[in-house]
Write a protein of this length. Structure first.
Length: 310
C-alpha cells in the first residue's frame, strides 16, 4: 500500500526505541546520545524527524512534525518541565503541530511571518496527504480533507540566538539556502549539529521559488554547508530532519562537497537530469521541473543553471 517495500527501515535498528503511550502507533521515539529524543513519523512519505533536546531546566523542541497526529501530548509525556519550541523552517512537514504550543521561535523574516499568520490549508498540502503517501493509509481518526495548520504565534529570533536549557546552550545558525528562514542549531556542549533540511541522506531541495515554500538559493546553501563543514569539530555528530535521524561528521562533509560540485557544474553551464514528476517533488516554480543531481545515497534538486543565469 505504501511507498516502502521494506518497512520499517533498517537504520532504526541502530537506536534505542522508547515506549510511549501517546500516539506510539504513529510517532516512533528514539533515544539518541546526548539527551536527545528523535520523534520520527516513518509512516508518511516525508519520514520527517522532530527532536526534543533535554537540558537541566528546560527542553527545546525542534519542529512539530506533519500535523497528522497531535505531538504535544507525546512531548509532554517525554518531558514534564518547560518546553521551548523552534522551527528549522516554515515548510509543512516541520510546522504541523505549531499551534499546539503557546509560541514558536522562528528566524525573523517576511516568509516565516507570512506562513505563521496564514497557516496551511488542505489544498496547500493535498499531494502529501494522498493515500499513497501513507505506508498504511491515513491513521485512524485523521481525515485528510480536514487537515489544517491554524495560524500560530511566533517569537522572532536572529542568527546567534542562544537557547539556555540549563547546563546546555543551543545556538541558532541562520543558513537560508533551502528557504529564507532556514536555521540550524548547534549544541555547544554535546557538539551536535541539528541540520534541519540542510543535510540528510535523501533528496535535498534547493529548487523552491513560490509563496508557500519560499525561495531557495543554491549559492547560499553551498556557502553555508562549507562554512559549517569547516567549523564542525571532528567529534561532532548531526541530527537531521528526514530519514535516518543521525548523520556522521564524515557524511556531512561528503554532502557539503557534493553541493560544491553542483555549484561548480551549474556555474560551468552544465545541468543535472530533469527530475521526473512525482510524489512530493513538485514544489518548485510552477510549470518548471527541477534539475536533479544524483549521488551515492542522496540527491540534490536545483532550479537549474539557465534560471540561475536569468
Ligand atoms: Zn522537510
Amino acid at each position: 500500500m505504501g511507498w516502502l517495500e521494506n518497512y520499517p527501515r533498517a537504520y532504526y535498528d541502530k537506536y534505542e526505541q522508547v515506549d510511549v503511550k501517546n500516539h506510539g502507533d504513529w510517532y516512533q521515539v528514539y533515544r539518541l546520545p546526548g539527551r536527545v529524543y528523535a520523534i520520527a513519523e516513518p509512516q508518511q512519505l516525508q519520514e520527517v524527524n522532530a527532536f526534543l533536546i533535554i537540558g537541566e531546566e528546560a527542553a527545546l523542541l525542534l519542529d512539530t512534525g506533519m500535523g497528522i497526529v497531535p505531538i504535544e501530548p507525546l512531548v509532554r509525556e517525554l518531558y514534564q518541565g518547560p518546553v521551548l519550541t523552534v522551527n528549522s523552517h516554515a515548510h509543512f512537514d516541520h510546522i504541523g503541530c505549531n499551534h499546539q504550543f503557546a509560541s514558536v521561535h522562528v528566524l525573523d523574516c517576511d516568509y516565516a511571518r507570512r506562513i505563521a499568520a496564514r497557516g496551511l490549508n488542505y489544498e496547500d498540502v493535498a499531494g502529501e496527504l494522498a493515500e499513497e503517501c501513507f505506508q498504511f493509509g491515513p491513521p485512524a481518526g485523521f481525515v485528510p480533507e480536514q487537515y489544517r495548520v491554524p495560524p500560530y504565534d511566533i517569537v522572532p529570533i536572529e542568527d546567534g540566538h542562544v537557547f539556555r536549557l540549563g547546563g546546555r546552550n543551543i545556538r541558532v545558525i541562520a543558513t537560508g539556502g533551502h528557504c529564507q528562514d532556514h536555521l540550524c542549531l548547534y549544541d555547544e556542549n554535546e557538539h551536535i549539529l541539528f541540520t534541519g533540511d540542510l543535510a540528510y541522506f535523501g533528496a535535498m531541495f534547493a529548487n523552491f521559488d513560490n509563496e508557500l515554500f519560499g525561495t531557495s538559493d543554491l549559492q547560499r546553501y553551498t556557502e553555508q554547508m562549507q562554512r559549517l563543514d569547516r567549523a564542525l569539530p571532528q567529534d561532532a555528530v548531526c541530527c537531521v530532519s528526514h530519514n535516518d535521524p543521525v548523520l556522521s561528521r564524515n557524511d556531512f562533509h561528503t554532502i557539503a562537497e557534493a553541493f560544491a560540485e553542483v555549484c561548480r557544474r551549474e556555474a560551468a553551464g552544465e545541468s543535472g537530469n530533469s527530475a521526473p514528476a512525482g510524489m512530493g517533488f513538485d514544489f518548485g516554480e510552477e510549470g518548471k521541473q527541477p534539475n536533479i543531481y544524483t549521488f551515492d545515497g542522496f540527491s540534490i534538486y536545483t532550479r537549474g543553471s539557465e534560471q540561475e543565469a536569468e
